[in-house]
Ligand binder design. Structure first.
Ligand code: GLA
Length: 340
């Protein structure tokens, strides 16, 4: 069958993948993207630190090549990400070359300049921006907000400013709030509250990105349904932006001697079931516009080093040799049957 994931599901949502610049040079990766994916998220390249390492220095090379690839293939990009507490350059929060913290005004200005440069270069291919990433922290935060340098210096206003500024610089892209563990519990409630408040104050937020770093026996179907319903009730688009299904439960810190050496059959089946449920449930909700898998094949996944460094994992749809797992043809058939 020549039909790929993106065509099998095109009547419902886009199917995307995350890539690093080097990945695109692999023939197998290129073939998989060409056949299966209609959206690409730069895994690290577009983050503040990698692309803007010094105040007056930009590192455009890798991002230009990803954007060029997207244009050539006719796929769209998710712009990931602007305001995040990780992978930010040290100059950003310092004033000049000194050790003094940057002033609030200066931080706003730096963010504005950063947005202007990125949008000027990539507006034509970026259809959605993760304007904020992971700013909510219901455990250790202040009023529910993570105590990052962004927040300590810019306060909540910088979050609102980021959306407004991005709206001006990129009038047509969809603007997203993106985070993990926001599909249930207190963190979902805090996120719904935050997004409703933004909407009530006229802040141009249009979507919520549920990252989806899950595992073989999580999440249950009900969790997926409820979260989509809660966010779409606000009038927001919902995207699953960083899906990978780990072979280990998050809190599994077994002894090294017991690490799997390959993915056990039983886990592989459960993983396939999680993927299938996700696609099927998402297809019931018009608000869901994209499911992005956080990588192409199991030879390159951040889960090899998280939450346990050096523990091999197999969370993606293609195996370590770029062969499609069985779930890929299941997903294609399921999507095609639904479109009949
Ligand atoms: C978070 C970020 C992603 C990525 C993952 C780990 O989810 O949003 O960009 O860094 O962590 O790969």
């Amino acid at each position: 069958m020549n039909c790929g994931l993106k065509d099998a599901w095109k009547h419902t949502f886009r199917v995307g993948t995350a890539v690093g610049g080097a990945v695109l040079e692999h023939k197998e990766a290129d073939e998989i993207i060409t056949r299966h994916f209609s959206s690409i998220t730069p895994e690290n390249t577009l983050k503040f630190g990698p692309i803007h390492p010094e105040e007056n220095r930009w590192d455009w090379k890798e991002m230009d090549s990803i954007a060029g690839y997207a244009r050539q293939k006719g796929v769209v990009l998710r712009g990931h990400t602007l305001v995040w507490h990780n992978q930010t350059p040290s100059w950003l929060f310092r004033s000049g070359s000194g050790d003094e913290p940057v002033s609030k005004n200066q931080l706003f200005k730096r963010l504005e300049d950063h947005i202007a440069a990125l949008t000027e270069r990539y507006n034509d291919v970026v259809y959605a921006w993760d304007v904020l990433n992971e700013v909510i922290d219901v455990e250790k935060g202040d009023n529910g907000f993570r105590l990052s340098s962004w927040y300590k210096i810019g306060g909540r206003e910088i979050y609102e400013f980021a959306f407004k500024c991005m709206r001006q610089a990129s009038p047509t892209a969809k603007l997203f709030y993106n985070d993990y563990n926001i599909e249930e519990g207190e963190k979902m409630e805090a996120t719904v509250r935050f997004l409703s408040e933004l909407l009530d104050s006229g802040i141009p937020v249009q979507g919520v990105g549920i990252q989806g770093h899950w595992y073989y026996n999580f999440p249950p179907e009900e969790t997926l349904r409820t979260s989509i319903e809660r966010y779409s009730a606000l009038g927001l688009d919902v995207e699953f932006t960083e899906v990978d299904i780990s072979a280990y439960e998050f809190n599994d810190r077994r002894d090294k001697a017991d690490y799997y050496t390959s993915i056990p059959e039983q886990i592989l089946r459960q993983q396939a079931q999680r993927y299938k449920e996700l696609f099927l449930i998402a297809a019931n909700y018009p608000a869901v516009k994209n499911i992005t898998i956080w990588g192409i094949a199991d030879n390159h996944t951040w889960l090899d080093n998280f939450p346990v460094a050096g523990r091999k994992n197999w969370p993606l749809l293609f195996d370590e040799t770029y062969q499609a797992k069985e779930v890929v043809s299941t997903l294609i058939e399921t999507g095609l049957n639904l479109s009949d």
